[in-house]
Write a protein that binds this ligand. Sequence first.
Ligand code: IMP
Ligand code: MG
Length: 171
Amino acid sequence: MIQEMIPVERLKNRIGALAQEIVSEIGPDFVMVGLLKGSFIFMADLTRALSRAGATPQIEFIRLSSYGMSKESAGEVHLLGDVPTEVAGKKVLLVDDIADTGRSLAYAHALLAQREPEGIWSCALLDKPSRREIEIAIDFTGFPIDDVFVAGYGIDYAENYRHLPFIGIVG
Ligand code: IMP
Ligand code: MG
């Protein structure tokens, strides 16, 4: 069962505004690094909103493993594949679907810092501040939400629901 929480129109409007915020803070030139798989739809929509806002971002992805098939985080983050090399000397915008404990974004931040970019900013479509276990600065947040388990719009529950165009609460 999934109950709609953030409808398509609200996602679209907020992402448009987020793109404006990003461009006014970091300028038009940067490399977006999306965390797979959860960010894939957000990345696609944010990229096009950024383009409309005048930005010319490059696109990279990294794949981290965390949740597995349950609603609880495994508590340990691993990298699957390589860290993009194209970020050296550039501005980097890390993009994730949800900031939960903060482990994934903290881990990705540390990985990318090794490539010596000019700077790293973080963007999460959803933020669950009450769940944070690791202090991380999230520079751009779409929607702060309560401690509920959500899916849709690229986000899964045991690999289901990613295809939904809206974000809903998994009951
Ligand atoms: P963190 O490392 O604990 O911050 O977890 C971040 C990752 O956990 C996100 O990128 C999501 O993939 C996953 N996650 C956290 N909360 C949810 C949820 O409510 N539904 C589905 N995935 C979630
Ligand atoms: Mg994820």
